[in-house]
Design a protein around this ligand. Structure first.
Ligand code: 9WN
Length: 454
């Protein structure tokens, strides 16, 4: 049973009924409503441009219903790739008025940077989940057109990996570092509190800007003005040098090796190894790079006494103390050693994250037992569909279909109860953030399709 808002997509499905057909229709209507000539916006209100990792998740959803849009989505994003290989985290739609998002193109000034594309973009990256998305889209719906699209994407995906593995290996240990919390995709995670605290900033700076997010979402659910002052200061430091990566180590205020970004980089090499034979390329180098990334992740980000992966703050040269859901990401890697797999499954099933074959509450984005767990503030507690989806894939990969099924039921329940929200209350499942959110709809389609009975 779907309920609709006049002129907009339907917003929720009768939770009791769990009508898979109605859920599918809700998801497709949400994606259709967010489609914008050659890409899908994450949200018409909060995020009206194109976002990098959103587009990858959304392409997976499109592959189930309108596969040509999956390829169009990825192609439009990669048209904005920089000459150095970076894929920008936002591609701005020039048709939108100034002020439709903060920070907008006038803040980033990408046009002044060497090697930037014609389109206005940010200068940051997001987790490189695009090669796995392209592989899944192809596998879902293989065709001559899909293979041609893969052929065009492949060199761009390779360039994206090269950028991360070379220019961003600031620590010299075989991992890419992020230069801003926004690059992690989990912008406001408690994982960034320690490195962010070292960034000098004054909340009053924000008086000079107009935040767009707090006009569309409850300010109590969003980062604070002091967080934003720091976000702005970190971008300013990168922008000042026109987003060059040559001497980041000496001067940049935020340098962190993130387990999720590096897991995505490893998973991308595994996906490229599958794609390579289809486009006449050699899979061997991808397999070798994938193995090196997994080895580096374990060496640099795994902490054996707690059995957790945690981000490494390169400036302080230590692992951050917070135990967030970012630490579960390496489960996605097929070659993660058995010892780390068991440690991550134990962490996920502990009261911190509450994973179970029958979940009584959704998977949170932060340790439930931590004093700074916040059920309403984004990335500091709420449950997110994309993170659930990644953890579920990892569980399937490592032979835990029982736990994967628990997570899947919980994901479906969230949308059935509350609609395609951006994120969900980790206790009640209530919808939070933007309604009609792109990747929630897309990944729902993917998990629904995974069930032979669904
Ligand atoms: C900044 C678009 C993006 C997601 C991120 C999420 C949020 C932006 C913001 O929205 O970030 O990039 O304005 O808060 O944290 O993961 O890609 O959906």
């Amino acid at each position: 049973m779907s309920t609709g808002t006049a002129g907009g997509p339907p917003t929720a499905v009768d939770a009791g009924a769990h009508d898979r057909g109605a859920l599918r229709r809700l998801a497709v209507a949400t994606l259709d409503a967010n489609w914008e000539h050659d890409h899908t916006v994450p949200s018409r209100t909060l995020y009206p441009h194109q976002w990098s990792w959103d587009s990858a998740f959304i392409a997976i959803g499109w592959s189930h219903v309108r596969p040509e849009r999956a390829w169009c989505e990825l192609a439009s994003l990669f048209r904005a790739q920089w000459v150095d290989g970076r894929v920008p985290h936002i591609v701005f739609n020039p048709a939108l008025r100034v002020g439709s998002y903060f920070p907008g193109p006038e803040f980033w000034e990408s046009g002044l940077a060497e090697g930037a594309p014609a389109a206005a973009t940010s200068g940051l990256i997001q987790p490189p989940v695009h090669a796995p998305a392209a592989w899944l889209a192809y596998r879902r719906c293989p065709s001559e057109q899909a293979r041609a699209a893969l052929r065009r994407l492949y060199p761009r995906l390779v360039a994206q990996q090269r950028y991360l593995a070379t220019r961003r290996d600031v620590g010299g240990g075989g991992l890419a570092c992020i230069v801003h919390p926004w690059e992690s995709g989990l912008d406001n995670s408690p994982a960034w509190d320690a490195p962010m605290a070292a960034v000098p900033a004054d909340a009053a700076v924000m008086r000079a800007y107009r935040r767009h997010d707090t006009a569309h979402a409850d300010a109590a659910h969003r980062p604070t003005d002091l967080d934003y002052a720091r976000y702005v200061a970190i971008v300013a430091s990168y922008r000042e040098r026109r987003y060059r990566d040559d001497d980041l180590a000496g001067r940049h205020p935020f340098l962190v090796e993130c387990p999720l970004v590096n897991t995505a980089m490893g998973a991308a090499e595994h996906a490229l190894a599958r794609i390579a034979p289809l486009v006449g390329a050699d899979p061997g180098p991808h397999r070798e790079r994938a193995a090196r990334i997994t080895e580096a992740l374990v060496r640099r980000l795994y902490e054996p006494t707690t059995g957790t992966f945690r981000p490494r703050d390169l400036r302080a040269d230590r692992l951050v103390p917070a135990r967030t859901v970012l630490g579960l990401a390496p489960l996605v890697l097929p070659d993660l050693p058995a010892r780390q797999v068991s440690a991550l499954v134990a962490e996920a099933c502990s009261p911190r994250f509450g994973l179970a074959a029958r979940m009584d509450r959704p998977l949170p984005s932060h340790d439930r037992t931590a004093p700074d767990f916040e059920p309403l503030r984004y990335w500091r507690g709420p449950s997110w569909m994309n993170v659930n989806w990644l953890v579920r894939r990892g569980l399937l990969r490592h032979g835990r279909p029982d736990l994967a099924a628990g997570l899947r039921d919980s994901m479906i329940e969230l949308v059935a109860r509350s609609g395609c929200h951006e994120y969900f209350h980790p206790d009640t499942g209530a919808g939070l953030g933007s309604p009609a959110f792109g990747w929630t709809a897309a990944l729902l389609l993917d998990v629904l399709a995974d069930d032979p009975a669904g």
